[in-house]
Design a protein around this ligand. Sequence first.
Ligand SMILES: C[S@@+](CC[C@H](N)C(=O)[O-])C[C@H]1O[C@@H](n2cnc3c(N)ncnc32)[C@H](O)[C@@H]1O
Ligand SMILES: [Zn+2]
Length: 277
Amino acid sequence: MSLMTDFLPFLICPYCVTGSLQLTTGPTGASHHENATLRCLHCARTTDVIDGIWHAMGTHRASHSLAQLSNLAAPTARWYEDVWRKRSLSLLSGRPFPNNEELIELTSALVPGPGRFMLDVACSEGLYARALARAGSPVIAVDHSVVFLKKLRARCEREDLQVLPVRALAQHLPVADSMMAGVAIGGSLNEIGDAKQAVVEMARVLDADGHFFSMHLLRSHTWKGRAAQLLAGPAGIRFPTLSGTHQLLRDGGLVASAVRTDGVVARVTAERDRRES
Ligand SMILES: C[S@@+](CC[C@H](N)C(=O)[O-])C[C@H]1O[C@@H](n2cnc3c(N)ncnc32)[C@H](O)[C@@H]1O
Ligand SMILES: [Zn+2]
């Protein structure tokens, strides 16, 4: 079975952002390492799938805050999930908070399953994408870092998960309108750059009954925590308040239906604002 063929109806041209896509060459190669060329039925421009990764930045370039730059580099990707991600929520929430608990919250919110296509935005190694795919959902996993997408591909290949790695920006998702049953973003709203535009895009691709899940860090109430967060500011990392989070979602067309917080660690489930549809 070809990953690319399964996902094709859900993708749009990253150049004109309207056209659906057609295979002109391929897919060839082994599963998780396919090669193909896609042609836009609207503007006729082409994009490539190379060794299993769809390169869909279009005319956009990654914005380069210090935090974003560090994610383009191999050393960050080498340690990220195994070392930092495993421990970070316990450190930041002030209580034991294993990844499994977070993933149960994710899957309870998004209800993954066969035929329910989902999107993991700014996925890194795909902690969320893999959890959703293990539950049966086909998952489009977007990140602007090829280094991370290669790690994601290796992890998904090991478990033969139906996850398509896509190099694109959260602010310009090459995904068709209203096609995703779930959209997840884990730990990335803090460092994504233009968070409002990213939320607008995530709301656009969510179907009318779809669910959105974000885990992100809130502004600290303690002076020590706030001082540390202020130091992260120049690196491009932002910490919204809870009301700032609600505002950010509303501005993008989403309404929060459930919020959990432990220390600065927030988990927010949201749906599309019905007044917008
Ligand atoms: C905190 S890590 C994400 C962690 C991952 N979601 C998880 O749950 O383990 C941030 C990720 O966002 C990606 N990133 C940052 N800005 C981005 C943008 N504007 N578009 C796409 N990816 C972006 C980085 O390359 C990095 O992989
Ligand atoms: Zn096009």
